[in-house]
Structure formats: C-alpha cells, structure tokens
Ligand binder design. Structure first.
Ligand code: NAD
Length: 326
C-alpha cells in the first residue's frame, strides 16, 4: 500500500449527485473519506448507504470559508458547486464565490497539507463551441455577461487558479473537464435533459424539447465518470493540462427523447419550447487525451445507463412539478 493510501481524502460536494458516487467508490477501495458539503443541492438521502460507515465522515461546511483539518490529508476532490442552470443561477454571486473563493480555500488546504487536488471543471468552459468535437486545446467561446457566466466563468477562473498553483509548485493539481453525466441521484427537479425527459415520461407528461430538439449532447454514465476522476487523481506525474471526461457518443435531444419513450413504455407526447439563452448547439468531447494518459474510456452504453436511471426515478419520483429548462 502506498503512503497516500493510509490518509484521508476530502470530497467537497460529496453529498451531491457525482460526489456521493465518488465517496462510495473511494470507500469501496478502502479509503477514508471526509465529505464537506453545505447541502445547497446535495442531500442526506444521497449519503444513506455511507452514513454509518466507519471510514466515512460528514462535515456540513461551505467551502467559501476556510476549512481546518488537523490530521493528514492525501487528496482533495473539489466537486462543490451547483451544476445545473436553475440551481447555479438562483444565487449567481454565491456560485461565482464557490468557484473562485471556495476553490482557492481548498487549493490553499492542499498546499498546506501536501495533498493532491482534482478540480471538477466542466465542458461549459468551452461555451457555445466553434470547434467540434472539443479538444482540451480549444480555448472556448463563453459569453462573460450572460446568465450562465457565474458558472462558466467561475469554473474558468477556478481552472486558472489551479494551474497557477501548479506553476508556482504549490500544489499537485489535476483538472477534469466533465461533460454531461447522468445516472441515479441526479436531481429530478433541476431541468437537466436526461432527468427532465425520464421524469416527464414516467409521469405521462409531455416531453419538453427545446428549439427543434436537433441540438446534440453526449451522455456519460456516472460510474464511468467516477472511474475517470479516480484515475486522474492516481496518475503520476499529473497531466500538464486539463483532461476531458465524457462520452463521445453523440445524440440529438430528439433521439434521447425517443429512446426514453421506448424504454419507459410511456405514451407521453413531445412539445417544443424556445431555446434557453446561450444554450450550446453541439457538445461532444474529444477524449483522446484521457484515453492516452489515463487509459480511460466510458464503457456503459446509453441504453444500459438509462435503464438504471429510469429504475431509480421510478423508485424515487414523487408528484412534484418538473421545470421547463434544460
Ligand atoms: P450537484 O449539485 O448534485 O452537487 C454539487 C454539490 O456541491 C452539492 O452537494 C452541493 O450541496 C455542494 N455545494 C455547492 N456549493 C457548495 C459550497 N459553497 N460549499 C460546499 N458545498 C457546496 O452537482 P453534480 O452534478 O454532482 O456536480 C458535481 C461537480 O461536477 C460540480 O462542480 C459540477 O460543476 C461538476 N460537473 C458536473 C456535471 C454533470 O453532468 N453532473 C458536468 C460538468 C461538471
């Protein structure tokens, strides 16, 4: 066992969708996990399987304030940040603070403790891309004054800080640019396309498609994504730039809706709504770098991942309204 395997791992945002799956995977590898979360969009139900685990600890904490940790620290995964437009736009200034001040606080902690650091960045740093598929070298086309800027620009600033810490040899950082990920524990209410369509189909409500539904997305199943994050943390030396993590299989939103209808057996009709502001037309990762450097590629097909996601929403879904935003 390496030196680092005995020490604690912080997962900031560990009560959220991706974070809770990451905590579970790290516990399954025998690691000690300290979950930090302010429960803005995370919830205790996501942590149910881990609550009484002897190697799991939860601290309610907002990363915008400094966190003190007395013991050793091997690694920090920073996933803390609301990830969907209705959530991150609800308090855009806090979103920007979480990305900038929160990430800085955790980078400082990593520097003090000599801990490795993985930043959960996003494909949104590419904005509405003029390059397709998006390689890590593409510098993006982001509207810095639009309603998505608190998130897109916040995440860009967070990446900039990570690489400044690297250049100054203050911390061993790694940056994952995560593309659309889906699976059990996604929020039913946050307007993301997979959860929206699945929940609407299960309830027999009309399926909302924005524009003409011809915009494309790539959908990565959560266990594949978590595997990519853990590989990114483990690799030594760290890659010298960000790494795209996502599934390059590209589907139009209309194709996704059709698959959801078939798999749920729903009789829902589709309805077309105006495209939200700054909604990207196409989104598809180039994952050659992740393949080459991490030996990583997604292995779960959309069909198999959707089956698990549909089962989850069938078990958990309540009577609440589904919003009309992708
Ligand atoms: P999520 O909203 O389910 O999880 C985010 C978690 O962070 C929640 O538990 C929330 O309570 C917590 N949080 C938010 N602000 C915080 C703060 N200031 N202090 C402490 N905790 C805070 O979202 P997710 O889908 O699990 O996304 C996790 C990370 O991955 C985010 O950073 C997001 O930007 C990134 N990401 C996700 C996707 C995706 O498709 N899910 C795509 C790209 C990037």
């Amino acid at each position: 066992m390496s030196r680092n395997k005995t020490k604690t791992i912080i997962v900031a945002g560990g009560a959220g969708f991706l974070g809770s799956h990451l905590c579970e995977a790290l516990l399954a590898q025998g690691r000690e996990v300290l979950c930090l979360d302010n429960f803005l969009t995370g919830n205790m139900a996501n942590l149910r399987s881990m609550q009484n685990h002897p190697r799991f600890k939860l601290v309610e904490h907002d990363i915008c304030t400094t966190f003190h940790h007395d013991g050793d620290l091997a690694e920090i995964y920073n996933l803390a940040c609301a990830a969907s437009p209705p959530h991150y736009q609800a308090d855009p200034v806090h979103t920007m603070q979480t990305c900038v001040v929160g990430t800085l606080n955790l980078l400082d902690l990593a520097a003090r403790k000599g801990a490795r650091f993985v930043q959960a960045s996003t494909s949104e740093v590419y904005g509405d891309p003029e390059m397709h598929p998006q390689k890590e070298s593409y510098t993006g086309s982001v509207n810095c004054t639009g309603p998505r800027a608190c998130y897109d620009e916040g995440k860009r600033a967070a990446e900039a800080m990570c690489f400044d810490f690297l250049r100054a040899a203050r911390a061993d950082i790694r940056v994952a640019r995560i593309f659309n990920t889906y699976g059990p524990r996604m929020h039913a209410q946050d307007g993301r396309v997979v959860s929206n369509l699945v929940v609407q189909a299960i309830k027999g409500e009309p399926l909302s498609l924005y524009g003409d539904g011809s915009q494309t997305r790539s959908f990565c199943y959560v266990s594949d994504l978590v595997d990519g994050l853990i590989r990114l943390m483990a690799i030594d030396p760290a890659p010298d730039g960000p790494i795209n993590l996502g599934n390059p299989a590209e589907f139009t939103v209309r194709e996704l809706a059709q698959l959801v209808l078939e798999m749920t057996g729903s009789k829902s009709v589709t309805r077309f709504l105006p495209l939200p502001v700054d909604d990207p037309r196409r989104r598809k990762p180039d994952i050659a770098r992740a393949d080459r450097m991490l030996g990583w590629k997604p292995v779960t097909s959309l069909h198999d991942g959707l089956a698990k996601t549909i089962r989850y929403f069938m078990e958990t879904e309540t009577e609440s309204e589904v919003p009309l935003v992708e």
